[in-house]
Design a protein around this ligand. Structure first.
Ligand code: AMP
Length: 642
């Protein structure tokens, strides 16, 4: 047992948001407290209190007030950390607050209080306020004091910037036990570099970390060398970095805003030069971001703005339109990737990237994922929330430093079966428990309803037979299928668990080639005890679960049979001998009654009786199907002749 005093948390001290995380035996998790989300805005607002004291507000509250008090609200202070005023130069134009020179050319933040006083603060002091809040959130979540942390910084931070980060920690009462580059943390969150700790032989490898956030883009190429030191199971070296400090999701929002502004201008007869008041611009910005985010999930997004006086701006924007608009932006990031790869190759001959890790909210955009995947020729890692992955990785490093069981961070076998939900709520297991990692398995599925143009796939983990008794890992939708009769589409579902325990599930409909995929880390949040409990439960319920699974599958298949038979009878019923027709009808009625009863309550039907009824109907229907096929062949010959 490690002592709580040895607790070390991970902190992603971000430009826009900060996040705290903690890693124990069940893997890394983000810390939240009192209903707030995991993202703590890195924003600090200073105010004069009634008794002359200085009041400080941090996080959501400070961010919300930023428009009212721009000069008292300090955001993006990370851009100033450890830099001289001359270094910061161009960045100043983007800050709403004052920055002045301190001693030896350093930066100081200048905050004019309402009562006429002026505060002159070092970036470290401002940053410490953010860290204090992060520390309080972590302490609240863990229920104990937090004094030590691993803090992440951008890979390109120099010594002065790293030192400033340590100082900020100290001012916040936190001992910064290690500074870790953000890309290294992201790789650690996925277990990269921990193979040795898990007793696996791992050679040297190269990892690319692609980080596209709201305002900045960074790419880093890391070299991972196995280290002989068990206390330091990995050794990452940043071979090269590249990027653009002014490129990110905000630029996409601007492109959409410009589109709306121009089209609204045309609509109201103001042409290109439509001027919008700041309030309206902000609203349009929020709308644009909403549309962008919707298009990451959906194929189209409706936009409707009431322009007043009966005029309405209304249009639908499709994902394809957005993709065409942002393609040049994505290409710029890929050019930066190439630049970083070239620099890295100069240091490391024969360089071959073996994993790509995605970081930053904008990597949720499907086009970004697709292009990055194509560019590196690798499926990028997207299983972890791209806004939290850096903090999660910092906590993994923290747990290593605090001497946590390192082997627990990576597994050699899949502890619980993985599968997908099928019609009726049963789970089809695709990778069985105790399969060795890496593991791959494929299975074919189809639809249960005619003309279905999308299929929702829900991924489950567990040993029980019904989805409701298993742990849901995620879901995704295969869209854009051409309408086909039930049972005709051929959907190939592939499960792949890689050496780091990351599960990729992909579904492809064979005929249309439509595909969709999902990535998750199944073992995060799962302790050894829980795995054992789940196993015990599955044994306890095994018999009943099996019976239920069987009934559910029989109902689904029986209904599909009934549908085909009804279709057949409608088309060729008149051509069948009356006796045979009566037999068919009676067998179909029997099966229908049984499936309906079983659907309402699976226990009310003996699975063997249900099976028998289905088999009887299947056997009987062969003749009808033959006649139906003969009819349709004749029909198609006549069509061809006409
Ligand atoms: P970060 O700086 O990493 O927090 O990233 C924030 C950026 O990610 C903002 O520009 C968001 O609009 C963008 N973002 C967040 N979620 C999505 C999404 N689902 N699709 C597209 N962009 C997103």
């Amino acid at each position: 047992m490690s002592e709580p005093a040895a607790d070390i948390i991970g902190i992603d001290l971000g430009t826009t948001n900060s996040v705290a995380a903690y890693c124990d035996e069940s893997g890394p998790r983000v810390l939240t407290h009192e209903g707030a989300g995991p993202l703590i805005p890195s924003v600090v607002r200073y105010e004069a209190g009634p008794r002359g004291e200085v009041r400080v507000q941090v996080g959501e509250g400070a961010k919300a007030g930023a428009t009212d008090a721009p000069r008292q609200t300090v955001s993006s202070v990370k851009r100033l950390m450890g830099r001289s005023l001359s270094d910061v130069g161009a960045d100043l134009a983007y800050l709403s607050y004052g920055v002045v020179a301190g001693e030896r050319g350093t930066c100081r933040v200048l905050v004019p209080l309402e009562d006429g006083r002026e505060l002159i603060l070092s970036p470290e002091e401002v940053s410490a306020r953010v860290l204090e809040t992060v520390r309080a959130v972590a302490a609240g979540a863990l229920g104990r004091e937090v004094k030590r942390a691993v803090v992440t910084v951008p890979a390109y931070f120099d010594d002065a910037q790293r030192q400033a980060t340590r100082t900020a920690g100290r001012l916040a009462g936190i001992e910064v036990v290690r500074i870790v580059p953000e890309p290294t943390a992201a790789a650690l969150a996925y277990g990269l570099g921990l193979e040795r700790a898990a007793g696996r032989n791992a050679g040297e490898s190269v990892v690319a970390v692609y980080d596209l956030g709201g305002g900045t883009f960074d790419v880093s190429i890391l070299r991972l060398t196995p280290s002989p030191d068990p206390g330091e199971p990995y050794y990452f070296e940043v071979l090269a970095t590249s990027g653009d400090t002014r490129l990110g999701g905000d630029d996409i929002d601007h492109l959409l805003m410009e589109l709306f502004r121009t089209e609204i201008g045309a609509k109201v007869g103001a042409g290109e030069g439509l001027e919008l008041p700041p309030q309206t611009r902000r609203q349009l910005g929020a709308l644009a971001e909403g549309v962008k985010i919707r298009l990451s999930e959906h194929e189209e997004a409706p936009v409707r703005i009431d322009l007043g006086g009966g005029a309405v701006y209304e249009r639908t924007i499709t994902r394809a339109e957005l993709e065409a608009m942002i393609e040049p932006l994505v290409l710029r990031t890929l050019a930066a990737c190439d630049a970083a790869l070239r620099d890295a190759a100069a240091k490391h001959s024969g360089l071959a990237v073996s994993a790509v890790v995605m970081v930053g909210g904008s990597t949720r955009i499907p086009l970004v994922r697709r292009r990055v995947g194509e560019h590196f020729g690798l499926e990028p890692y997207t299983a972890l929330n791209p806004d939290l992955v850096v903090a999660l990785g910092a906590s993994v490093q923290a747990s290593i430093l605090s001497g946590a069981r390192r082997g627990a961070l990576l597994l050699d076998v899949i502890p619980l079966s993985l599968g997908i939900e099928t019609v009726g709520g049963a789970v089809a297991k695709i990778i069985p428990r105790n399969a060795m990692v890496p593991a791959t398995a494929t299975e074919m599925f189809s639809t249960s309803v005619d003309g279905q143009t999308s299929i929702r796939l829900s991924v489950y983990q567990g040993e029980r037979e019904m989805a409701q008794d298993c742990r849901k890992l995620g879901e995704f939708t295969l869209r854009g299928l051409p309408p086909m009769p039930a049972g005709v589409p051929q959907v190939q579902v592939k499960f792949m668990v890689d050496a780091n325990g990351v599960l990729s599930v992909s579904a492809v409909e064979r005929r249309s080639g439509k595909r969709a995929s999902l990535q998750v880390v199944p073992n995060h949040g799962l302790t050894h005890d829980e795995v054992e409990r789940i196993e015990r439960e599955s044994l306890k319920h095994a018999r009943e679960d099996m019976a239920r699974h069987r009934v559910v599958d029989l109902v689904a298949n029986g209904r599909l049979d009934l549908k085909w038979i009804e279709d057949g009878l409608r088309r060729v019923g008149g051509l069948l001998e009356p006796d045979y027709l009566a037999q068919m009808r009676s067998a179909a009625d029997t099966l229908r009654t049984l499936t309906d009863r079983a659907h309402a309550d699976w226990r009310s039907v003996n699975p063997d009786t249900l099976h028998e009824a289905k088999e009887t109907l299947d056997r009987l229907s062969v003749r009808m199907h033959e006649i139906a096929i003969a009819q349709s062949l004749k029909g198609s010959q006549t069509d061809a002749g006409a």
